[in-house]
Design a binder for this molecule. Structure first.
Ligand code: ATP
Ligand code: MG
Length: 461
């Protein structure tokens, strides 16, 4: 059949296109069929490619849309997160201010009640009432501390002092904190710390606080005579502490919320003390600030609870000796004291107490008067509030220290700000010591009687 041989299938060579009508006329029917089949196949391939392109275009559109939605969602989430963060910060700030303000009236109440014990001939009935006032003031002041602390910890505004610490000693200290309450309820507290020292890096006071909070809960939510155990060990290169009890347990619906601020389980008879619902949030924040984690487990109601804290082991591995507790006050008589305090009740009660201890006290109720008095007389000790009308405590001490020739007494700042927040500022401004309101009277008397003041008086005298 000459050169126009019939092509074999679709893959065969394409039929030569007829050059002119004459040549076309020469194509026989089978050749035409083959050419047609090829054309049909080409059209079909193009159609399929077109359909695929449409599908692809559709998919691209869907992807683009999904991407846009994702973008919008993530922007929404970021805005919501920022809003929530702002609300939480504002709430924390409000609580911190509230706690700070509530400390002020507490100071004179506490001092007035201390005065009752120091006044000769106080009737025994009054002394009983004094004990109640003192106890309640301590309770209130502890609640305020917790509130302030929780607010600060949750917003990360807390500075840690890092040291290598022996975990066993930390747990023993935490156990001391709850010992009173545990014995009162005839519970058995077992401490298992092993013999090999486990060392972690961290802030001693904060870690003790975290473990004490877990132990307080274990005691609080366990019946009288119940069992509490705290154990430390090393597991997978980490320090692991478990606090377990055989008490009330935690219901599954409460479990997911227990580490959030201001949440607590249902009130019941196993909850003899009301709390703020901050203890576990404080635990979680402290542990996480130390690079660790805390988890809770319970078999459900009435089947006990177990809290597990993991902390990284110390790289330094050197246990620090816990600082020695301050020695008992050794009151020495007759310091000459300037007291600058704008709360008249607080000033009156504190000056009464100081005079009762044999000191002479001059009072000022505002900053400028306090500064003028400090210029005019040689005081051994200055006790100065921070928030003062006219001139605050920081400026008062700065001005006094900045004045050539002025006599500088041993300066103690007193304020409602927590130790962590208030102390660095007070020391930076020029105070020698810092006390948080309500003042621990014994700590103040110890300071006034301390060698630091004696040396200052000798040097000047
Ligand atoms: N060991 C435990 N056994 C049973 N329930 C517990 C235990 N520890 C915590 N819980 C539950 O978790 C809740 C939150 O505990 P958290 O310590 O935060 O607050 P709180 O104890 O109620 O108050 P606060 O600690 O502020 O005084 C508790 O109210 C309680 O329901
Ligand atoms: Mg608690």
């Amino acid at each position: 059949m000459g050169e126009m041989a019939k092509p074999e299938g679709a893959a065969g060579p394409a039929p030569a296109r007829p050059a002119d009508g004459a040549a076309q006329a020469q194509m026989d029917e089978p050749q035409l069929r083959a050419a047609l089949a090829l054309l049909t196949q080409e059209v079909e391939t193009l159609r399929l490619a077109g359909a695929e392109r449409d599908t692809l275009a559709g998919l691209v559109n869907q992807l683009r849309e999904a991407n846009q939605n994702l973008l919008l969602d993530s922007v929404d989430a970021r805005v919501l997160r920022e809003d929530a963060g702002q609300i939480e910060r504002r709430q924390s700030d409000f609580l911190a201010t509230l706690a700070h303000e509530l400390r002020n009236p507490l100071a004179p109440i506490s001092l007035a009640s201390s005065m009752l014990t120091k006044t000769p001939g106080t009737a025994s009935q009054l002394l009983n009432l004094q004990t109640i006032i003192e106890r309640q003031v301590k309770h209130l002041s502890r609640l305020l501390d917790e509130l302030l602390d929780a607010a600060r910890l949750s917003s990360g505004r807390i500075a840690l002092t890092w040291l290598p610490l022996a975990l066993g000693a930390l747990l023993a200290r935490a156990a001391e904190v709850v010992q009173g309450r545990v014995s009162e309820r005839r519970q058995r507290l077992t401490l298992k710390i092993g013999t090999a020292p486990i060392v972690v890096d961290g802030d001693q006071a904060r870690l003790v606080q975290a473990f004490a909070n877990l132990l307080v809960n274990a005691s609080k939510y366990t019946h009288d005579g119940g069992r509490i155990e705290i154990e430390a060990r090393v597991l997978d290169g980490q320090a692991v502490v478990t606090v377990s009890d055989n008490g009330a347990g935690i219901a599954p619906d409460v479990m997911p919320h227990i580490f959030y601020l201001y949440t607590h389980g249902p009130s019941s008879l196993t909850r003899p003390e009301s709390g703020l619902g901050v203890g576990l949030n404080v635990v979680r924040n402290i542990v996480e600030m130390h690079g660790g984690a805390v988890a809770a487990a319970s078999g459900g109601q009435m089947s006990g609870s177990m809290f597990t804290v993991t902390l990284p082991l110390s790289r330094a591995g050197l246990p620090a000796e816990p600082p020695a507790a301050p020695g008992p006050a050794q009151p020495r008589r007759g310091r000459h004291i300037l007291l600058v305090e704008d709360n008249v009740d607080a000033s009156d009660t504190l000056s009464m107490l100081l005079r009762h201890e044999g000191h002479s006290v001059v009072t000022a109720y505002d900053g400028p008067t306090g500064l003028a008095m400090a210029y005019a007389h040689r005081f051994d000790v200055l006790i100065c509030d921070i928030g003062l009308p006219g001139l605050d405590g920081y400026d008062l001490i700065r001005k006094l220290r900045g004045s050539a020739g002025a006599h500088i007494p041993f300066a103690i700042a007193v304020s409602g700000f927590s130790m962590a927040e208030g102390r660095p500022r007070a020391i930076a401004a020029g105070f020698g010591q810092y006390l948080v309101k309500p003042i621990n009277v014994d700590a103040l008397l110890t300071l006034i009687a301390s060698d630091a003041v004696t040396q200052l008086v000798r040097k000047d005298g």
